[in-house]
Ligand binder design. Structure first.
Ligand code: CU
Length: 371
């Protein structure tokens, strides 16, 4: 049994997505079929489509930031019911593996098959004209109907705004969580945020919430200054317009460096600068940007020996099924603003435009519907 579904398919790397009608097989044991209500384009979709990601699998249905409704459940599914509203999780949570048991969001239960673009039984649920179409990040939200493992959906609390909550499926949650969880940002401290896109602005939003005394936003586009300040940045630096390395500039202007830095771009030179812009003795730099291929970060070991810490953040350290509902509730209580991240609303027919805007840094998030 299969159903027809409108989908944006990435047939080849480097080519625009094609809007076609694919076949979606019904969910097998411990799988759920979800009708996607809202989805958005995140940088990882763009990066994979570009062909620069050696692990990219084609043809595939991309997409991993969304909200949807459970329309069918496979055998043995007890965590959700038909009709439940859910956020697809590109980081599942089985609750039983060594990572889940430690409260870490690196669940290993289905990582092997997820990385190969197939469901846990080793086969995809999508096809087009009889040929297999592969899954992406275990979510594939650029299809009106998609199939996920039951451990890859997080139940949405009743009454949440489904369009806005879609943004919590990746980028915004990552930025907020990197500051609050991974950095354990201490109130009143100073911070530098490199890269003013969705991740950077979400980081700034949390820094402001935690009463940062100074928030220095860094980008190479002067058009980002206004929105960075609107979110709460106290300073803005265009790193292309200064005549010394950005880390030296920040160290000078902060009397020794910032307490924390957050690097939201995939450029490794910026990651090095992010660490070196933090203060001796206690500086902490958190990397969120995804770098390409075999790139490596580097710094003098002296930087670490003298008390700086370098770490990374994935999905803001948030566990999808346990903790994401709490973040959604915080949004419902008005503690997290998602409206300001929405730059456009469009239908799936215009998804290539959304990808183009995201690629050029001209949009934060575009909310996409299927009709
Ligand atoms: Cu993402």
């Amino acid at each position: 049994m299969s159903i027809k579904s409108k989908a944006a398919v990435a047939f080849e790397p480097g080519k625009p997505l094609e809007i076609v009608e694919i076949d979606v097989e019904e969910p097998k044991a411990h799988e759920v079929m979800v009708k996607i209500d809202f989805t958005s384009v995140c940088h990882t979709d763009v990066y994979t489509l570009s062909g620069n990601d050696p692990s990219g699998i084609f043809p595939a249905v991309l997409g991993h930031e969304a909200t949807g409704t459970v329309v069918q459940i496979g055998e043995g599914v007890t965590s959700v019911e038909v009709g439940d509203k859910v956020v697809p999780l590109w980081k599942p949570e089985c609750g039983e593996c060594e990572y889940c048991k430690k409260g870490l969001n690196f669940c290993s239960a289905i990582s092997e098959t997820q990385g190969k673009g197939v469901m846990p039984d080793g086969t995809p649920r999508f096809s087009y004209k009889g040929e297999p179409i592969y899954h992406f990040m275990g979510t594939s939200t650029f299809s009106e109907y998609t199939v996920l493992a039951d451990i890859s959906v997080s139940k949405i609390p009743e009454g949440a705004e489904m369009d806005k909550v879609a943004l919590l499926g990746c980028g915004v949650t990552t930025g907020l969580g990197a500051v609050k969880n991974d950095a354990d940002f201490q109130e009143g401290s100073t911070a530098a945020v490199f890269g003013i896109g969705t991740l950077g602005l979400a980081s700034i939003q949390m820094l402001k919430e935690l009463n940062a005394s100074r928030i220095i936003a860094i980008d190479i586009d002067n058009n980002k200054e206004a929105i960075a300040r609107e979110f709460g940045a106290t300073d803005f630096i265009n790193s292309n317009e200064i005549d010394q390395p950005i880390q030296e500039y920040i160290v000078d202007m902060t009397n020794g460096g910032v307490d924390y830095s957050f690097v939201c771009v995939g450029h490794t030179g910026t990651m090095n600068a992010g660490l070196e812009a933090t203060h001796k003795g206690w500086g902490l730099s958190v990397i969120m940007g995804v770098a390409s291929g075999q790139d490596k970060i580097s710094t003098r070991p002296f930087q670490l020996i003298t008390g700086r810490t370098w770490k990374g953040s994935s999905f803001g350290g948030v566990t999808g099924r346990t903790e994401l509902p709490e973040i959604i509730k915080a949004h419902m209580e008005g503690k997290i603003d998602l409206d300001r991240f929405i730059t456009h609303r469009m239908t799936i027919d215009d998804i290539n435009e959304a990808i183009e805007l995201q690629n050029k840094g001209e949009s934060l998030r575009d909310i996409i519907t299927f009709s």
